[in-house]
Ligand binder design. Structure first.
Ligand code: ADP
Ligand code: ASP
Ligand code: MG
Length: 471
């Protein structure tokens, strides 16, 4: 059995949905898949804006965005569904969801406050809508399919906006609700990204969380593959939007993939790998638009890894924009213990996660997400020392299992980037990454130079593949 997860662009419009349906039908020749879908691309962003508008009592804006969500799905139905007898019933379902969305917007407008809990409720409609249309299209085309509300199965804690599953309950629900359908040859279509508390409150797993949903189900079902279908030919040597010459990576270890995802490679949600590792299930990252391209296999299977080994140092480069550097300078650090504990305590009390860190005798620099902290944290840090902040920076990290054994990577980074202003450099604790910080305006130059440094020539090695459709 396999879990097939289709991301936003893979279900964004009628043509994409039909392509995804064809892939599900193709997979069914091997076994009946569980299909996990994201919202249509752009819809979750709209829902976030809608929620914010309602929260600041801009009801006109909120209702106008709800209108756009309705319109998107009605057009989708119109283009995807051919049977005129099916269209009205399906349009009614869409209408019912959008009316709820409008009711929610009105409620939040009246209360005048947007909580994390109601924000999750807003965000859940994208996946509910996309799966409803997809399942109906599958049924119309004669494929035995059942739509499941994942909130019956994915029971989570109540950490709204970043909920995590209550594994035992979820496993039991998966056995009771999903497995029997799959065993009977019925394709199950369900939502990624969302869940519910045991009291029935809608939650979300965090942005990009559909990958995580797929991996969790893969582990709970003991599947033989987790397939992440997206808009690129697998995990690549860098984000192709930044480096046009980026190559697809045919195979990588769980460690490498997890590290890359945490360090900013958006193609996988950072927590996707853990469930797969636990049950040792291979993860495939595949391109919906080039289904026969090789994509990326993520595995720790020594035989498969040995069959495609790579002697180069770096396998991929990850970039995270929207960061800032916070520098704390204090003579109190000199020869005194406890300073770091106080410093990290402040970040942890404010729930701000530190990405990179670099220390000298009298100062500590850390990078954090620019939107993740407020004045309160800064006030607390001021007590410890002089605080300087640099906004609009990006972290760039090179990742590869072979970095473990090698020295001199930092030197190569420094010398190849001599024309770029490196703001910070840091060796990752995992030993398989080295990272540095540059101003956002320098990202393109830095990353393309680095890609050339580590991949020129290596691009034609067996584990790298030119993405389909490129020259
Ligand atoms: P989906 O909607 O299918 O989940 P995402 O937009 O979340 O897709 O992720 C796919 C995007 O991730 C790609 O279009 C690409 O721009 C970006 N990306 C960033 N880093 C990488 C990388 N190393 N390899 C491939 N894609 C990457
Ligand atoms: N639709 C959600 C998002 O845009 C989840 C996902 O696509 O994985 O973040
Ligand atoms: Mg994604």
């Amino acid at each position: 059995m396999a879990v097939m997860k289709f991301g936003g662009t893979s279900v964004g419009n009628a043509r994409a949905m039909q392509q995804a349906i064809d892939l599900v039908v193709r997979e069914q020749r091997n076994s009946t898949p569980l299909v996990v879908l994201s919202a249509c691309s752009g819809i979750t962003n709209k829902l976030v804006r809608l929620a914010d508008a309602a929260g600041r009592s801009d009801l006109d804006e909120a209702l106008s965005l709800a209108g756009e969500v309705r319109q998107h799905h009605l057009v989708l139905i119109d283009e995807l569904i051919t049977d005129p007898g099916v269209k009205p019933g399906l349009a009614e379902k869409v209408e019912a969801y959008v009316s709820k969305l409008e009711m929610l917007a009105r409620g939040v407008d009246i209360v005048g406050e947007l909580t994390e809990r109601s924000k999750d409720m807003f965000c859940s409609f994208g996946e509910l809508l996309s799966t409803t249309v997809f399942a109906a299209a599958m049924q119309e085309q004669g494929h035995r399919t059942e739509w499941i509300d994942v909130r019956r199965v994915m029971i989570t804690d109540d950490h709204f906006g970043f909920a995590r599953p209550l594994t035992r309950v979820c496993e039991a629900n998966t056995e009771a609700i999903i497995r029997p359908l799959l065993d009977a040859g019925t394709v199950v279509v369900t939502q990624g990204y969302i869940g519910a508390t045991d009291t029935g409150r809608t939650t979300t797993l965090g942005r990009g969380g559909s990958d995580l949903t797929a991996a969790l189900f893969g582990a709970w079902l003991g599947d033989n593959a987790i397939q992440i279908w997206t808009d690129v030919d697998g995990v690549m040597t860098c984000d192709p939007r930044i480096v046009p010459e980026a190559r697809s990576i045919r195979i990588m270890t769980f460690n490498e993939a997890a590290e890359l995802a945490y360090l900013g490679a958006k193609v996988l949600h950072p927590d996707t790998i853990a469930p797969a590792v636990e049950k040792n299930i291979p993860v495939w990252v595949l391109n919906t638009w080039h289904p026969d391209a090789k994509g990326t296999l993520i595995t720790d299977d020594p035989e498969r890894l040995a069959g495609m080994s790579y002697g180069g140092l770096v396998k991929s480069i990850a970039v995270k924009k929207g960061q800032c550097i916070i520098n704390i300078r204090s003579n109190r650090m000199l020869g005194r213990y406890g300073f770091m504990t106080e410093l990290f305590g402040a970040f942890s009390r404010h729930g701000v996660s530190i990405e990179m860190i670099s220390t000298s005798e009298v100062s500590v620099s850390v990078t954090v997400d620019d939107k993740s902290f407020g004045e309160e944290l800064l006030q607390e840090l001021e007590v410890l020392g002089k605080v300087d902040i640099e906004h609009r920076v990006a972290t760039v990290s090179v990742v590869g299992d072979n970095l473990r054994m090698s020295k001199g990577v930092a030197g190569r980074i420094f010398s190849s980037l001599k024309n770029v202003n490196l703001r910070m450099i840091s060796q990752g604790a995992s030993e398989i990454n080295v990272g540095f910080v540059v101003e956002e305006s320098d990202v393109n130059e830095a990353v393309n130079t680095l890609h050339h440094e580590f991949f020129a020539g290596a691009e034609n090695v067996g584990i790298f593949e030119k993405p389909a459709g490129t020259r």
